[in-house]
Structure formats: structure tokens, C-alpha cells
Design a protein around this ligand. Structure first.
Ligand SMILES: [Zn+2]
Length: 174
């Protein structure tokens, strides 16, 4: 797995700093590895810089302080890490039954990574499998792989898409 460390280098929404953008959790908070899809209109695979620019821009669905995922995965499987894994990014929506520090509990419990494009490549699937093993090693617990729509059951999101849904069990078995 090729990893690019993009922590602290991506632009933020005006008024935020890298250190204060998101709350900080402890490793015991992390229960899930949550795949998200990019869902680009034309099926192309954007760069992390393009995705970040959209999410901190005026047309984002929420006023994200910065990138809404811990990182992104390019089509060739390269992992881009945007935040420390203890950052509570706004990834899993606003439908959590409870919140801490005004951020829904699903965001506290999920380690969210977005794959560029609509359907995952085999290289992206391989990176999710590696991430699952890494998170289980770091947290010393079983990590459940749950898609965005599986976590956020009250929203109508299609994320992470049918193609990824069909691979969740395979990633879980890694
Ligand atoms: Zn999503």
C-alpha cells in the first residue's frame, strides 16, 4: 500500500486551523472502517486536492471545516492521509442519535476513507483490506467494515454505492 502523507497541507474552510478543525477522539472510540464513494457525476476519479476544494467550497452539502474523510484512495490504490486517525471528521452525516461536542456519534465511531470514482478498482479494494488490518492492529479490536449508508441508516444516501456494497464482506474477511 502506497501512502502519501497529506496531513496539514490541504486548504481549510476560512476560519479554521488544522489543529482545531475537528474534535479529537481516543482509539477506543473507533468501531468501524467506513468506505465512502466519490460519486463524481461523470465517473471520473478526482484527486484529494479536488475533493477537498469541493468540500470546503460554497456548494458542499455542509460547511465542512476541511476534508470530511480521514483520507482518500486513488484509483491506483494510493492512500492519502489527511488527518490523524483520532480526528473526528464529519463523514457519516447528521443522523446520529447522540452527539459529543456537537458532532454526531457516528462520526466519532467511524474511520472514514473515500475512494475516488463511483465503483472501486481492485487496487482500491486492496487498500481497504490493508486499512482494515491496520486499524485492527492499532486498536487491538475487531473493526467492522460498514458502508456510509449502513452506518447512517436514516439518511437516503447511496454511499458507498452498490459496487462497493457487494465487496464489504470480502473486506471484512481480510
Ligand atoms: Zn459517504
Amino acid at each position: 500500500m502506497v501512502v502519501r502523507d497529506d496531513r496539514g497541507v490541504l486548504p481549510l474552510r476560512t476560519g479554521y486551523t488544522y489543529a482545531s478543525a475537528y474534535p479529537t477522539r481516543v482509539l477506543d472510540d473507533i468501531l468501524w472502517l467506513v468506505p465512502h464513494h466519490e460519486a463524481s457525476p461523470d465517473g471520473s476519479r478526482s484527486t484529494i486536492e479536488q475533493i477537498n476544494a469541493y468540500q470546503i467550497g460554497p456548494t458542499a452539502q455542509a460547511a465542512f471545516p476541511g476534508l470530511a474523510y480521514l483520507g482518500t484512495i486513488d484509483g491506483d490504490g494510493t492512500l492519502h492521509l489527511a488527518w490523524p486517525i483520532t480526528a473526528v471528521t464529519w463523514s457519516q452525516g447528521d443522523n446520529s442519535p447522540t452527539a459529543r461536542q456537537n458532532v454526531g456519534i457516528y462520526n466519532w465511531q467511524g474511520a472514514a476513507f473515500m475512494f475516488a470514482g463511483n465503483d472501486p478498482t481492485e487496487a482500491q479494494i486492496a487498500t481497504y483490506k490493508a486499512l482494515k488490518v491496520v486499524f485492527e492492529t492499532i486498536t487491538d479490536r475487531t473493526i467492522l467494515v460498514r458502508s456510509h449508508r449502513d452506518v447512517d441508516g436514516r439518511s437516503d444516501t447511496a454511499c458507498a454505492g452498490d459496487a462497493m456494497e457487494s465487496r464489504i464482506a470480502e473486506i471484512q474477511a481480510a
